[in-house]
Every structure is written in C-alpha cells, then in structure tokens.
Write a protein of this length. Sequence first.
Length: 92
Amino acid sequence: MLVAHPKVAPLITTLPDPDKDYNEDVRYYTTKPINGGTTFKCTFCEHSVNTLDFDSVNGNRRTQAATLINQHAASLHLRTLVPTKLGSRGAL
C-alpha cells in the first residue's frame, strides 16, 4: 500500500525536453570532429583545444579537453558571474 508523506518532496515527474541539449546550461564549448580527434572551442572567444593534445594514459581525452576548455571559460569569461563567498559560511 502506497502512503503519502506530506514532509517528503514529491518525485520529479517531468521528462527532459528531447529538443534541448542537456549540456546547454553548463557547457562553454562547441565541438568539431577532426581527423582522429575532436576540437573543443570556447563559446566566448577563439580559444580551442584538441583531444589529440592529450595523453590517454591520463584518462579519457574528451574529458580532459572538456575540463580544460571549461576551466578556461570559468577563469577568463565567467568570474564576474560567479558569486564570491564571504566569511566562513558565506554570510555578509
């Protein structure tokens, strides 16, 4: 028997929009396949990295490229959008 618990948050019942890229709100790059690899380009400037520039010994090359290009965007383009934590618990 199913019992409703008023203090428990309901499950999310909406499905993702299939026409929307799931990374649209968090991805700061575009990708383009090249011979043997993929180029990741910053959406804010012309900076790019290539999966062929990374060593697979250090993990997945696509993950390494995506991480680096997102770090680039965060450090150069997004720092004014990220709130700064003040105090030990974020209090003003």
